[in-house]
Design a protein around this ligand. Structure first.
Ligand code: CTP
Ligand code: CA
Length: 236
């Protein structure tokens, strides 16, 4: 879509969007990471800015993407850094979209010098849980640290398994996280990661569920912003 043909329906709104994967260091040369490319978050940031929003993009590791025009980019590496940056910029924001792939765990210890191969068998890597940034935002909104009007959007990548399908897991995740919208990507079989197309569902806290037919990440971004916009309070 041509930027000059887009609605300016987010003018005057401040959005915080996280994107990419976090990297959890093990020693100075190694980290635990994930396959997130950052493409979906960057597409959201670019489009939100084109629709008039003032956008802060909190970017973890991304696959050589150009910074979107007219977007304030804050670079982070770890989940803890991402959590700090998101919490800081969320204050006064109209909406926060957590499209980043935040590592659930980090190595429990950071070795300040390179871990050597040595002669014997390797040690296992002990892990510890990272804070859930999205759940923390919802908590902050509940306890008044963030405005009650702040719209909070989560993402979920689900494969489904013997215990439940993608939608079953996604509904449970929306309820558990307490966010307003959950963008659900069906993953596995080469879907969603490192590719230009996604498909899945858009679940809202009011129980509405919209299928997202296969489309580009730019199209996904426009559907997400279209669903978010009516949740924003009337402009002040
Ligand atoms: N998320 C977050 N902080 C974390 C982990 C996840 O903010 N430490 C956010 C992601 O950015 C995403 C949403 O939570 O918006 C869902 O992430 P997901 O990994 O699907 O959910 P988890 O609760 O970590 O559940 P699991 O990985 O076990 O499916
Ligand atoms: Ca996770």
């Amino acid at each position: 879509e041509r930027a000059d043909a887009l609605p300016r329906d987010l003018a005057g709104r401040r959005l915080v969007i996280s994107a990419g994967g976090t990297r959890e260091p093990l020693d100075p040369v190694r980290f635990l990471g994930n396959r997130s490319s950052g493409k979906q978050g960057y597409a959201l940031a670019r489009l939100a800015a084109q629709r008039g929003a003032d956008v802060t993009l909190v970017a973890g590791a991304v696959a050589g993407l150009d910074d979107p025009a007219a977007v304030d980019v804050v670079r982070v590496q770890t989940a803890q850094q991402m959590g700090d940056a998101v919490a800081k910029h969320a204050v006064g924001a109209d909406a926060v979209i957590m499209s980043a792939a935040v590592a659930d765990f980090r190595p429990a210890a950071f070795a300040s010098s390179k871990i050597k191969k040595g002669a014997g068998e390797p040690d296992s890597v002990a892990l510890t849980k990272n804070d859930d940034i999205l759940a923390g935002l919802v908590r902050s909104r509940n306890d008044g640290a963030l405005s009650a009007d702040t719209v909070i959007v989560g993402f979920a990548a689900e494969t489904g398994d013997e215990q439940g399908d993608v939608l079953t897991y996604a509904r449970a995740k929306l309820a558990r996280k307490g966010c307003d919208l959950l963008v659900v990507n069906a993953v596995g079989d080469g879907k969603a990661f490192e590719v230009d197309h996604n498909d899945g569902w858009l679940l809202a806290a009011d129980g509405s569920e919209t299928a997202l037919a296969h489309g580009s990440k730019a199209l996904m971004a426009s559907r997400v912003l279209d669903a978010l916009r009516p949740l924003l309070p009337p402009p002040s």
